[in-house]
Design a protein around this ligand. Structure first.
Ligand SMILES: Cc1cc2nc3c(=O)[nH]c(=O)nc-3n(C[C@H](O)[C@H](O)[C@H](O)COP(=O)(O)O)c2cc1C
Length: 167
């Protein structure tokens, strides 16, 4: 598959750019069934003495059912030729279409049994450590509440990066 395993501490990428501008696929499930969505909000950092990734997922996402069911999820990063895939996986729900098949993605099983894609250039396998919904009272900048007029506050997941696979 052409991946090399590195320590998360060796990642040389600008997290704001690769998440916020290039986008990532968040995938959860197992080899029998999995689902993914496009995400552009989140972060990479260090918490509880562990390298971590943070993602925020709205309650209505089908992918959330898989994230909540499993101990692990993955973040997959691609080169710039995958913009159409990100648009598709960010607008269609796995409830209606098999996005992995539709996008011709080749899934593989990560060391702890989660799912990522051979076409990715960087894969982070993540083990959930913390999950909780954002709450209105937590917002110091109340302008941000305009993101939640439907009451669909993101659930924040903080997860340990357990494997980092790079090409
Ligand atoms: C560029 C982009 C970024 C997105 N970022 C997020 C995100 O960070 N969290 C989230 O819950 N949804 C995000 N979405 C929306 C989901 O990708 C979208 O609703 C998707 O269709 C959900 O699929 P699912 O129902 O199969 O999980 C984003 C969509 C796009 C296009």
């Amino acid at each position: 598959m052409g991946f090399t395993q590195i320590s998360p501490l060796e990642i040389q990428e600008n997290a704001s750019k690769i998440i916020g501008k290039d986008y990532m696929l968040v995938t959860a499930g197992n080899k029998e069934k999995s689902n993914c969505l496009t995400a552009s909000w989140g972060g990479l950092g260090f918490m509880w003495n562990k390298p971590v990734a943070c993602i925020v997922i709205r309650p209505q996402r089908y992918t959330k059912e898989f994230i909540d069911r499993e101990d692990f999820f993955t973040l997959s990063f691609f080169d710039n030729s995958y913009k159409e895939m990100f648009a598709f996986c960010g607008s269609k729900s796995g409830r209606d279409v098999n996005k992995i098949e539709a996008c011709n993605l080749t899934p593989f099983v990560t060391p702890n049994g989660s799912i990522a894609y051979e076409q990715a250039r960087l894969v982070l396998e993540c083990k959930k450590l913390y999950a909780a919904p954002l709450i209105a009272e937590g917002f110091i900048d109340k302008n941000l509440l305009s993101n939640y007029t439907a009451g669909d506050y993101h659930v924040q997941y903080i997860a340990e990066i357990t494997n980092c696979l790079i090409k």
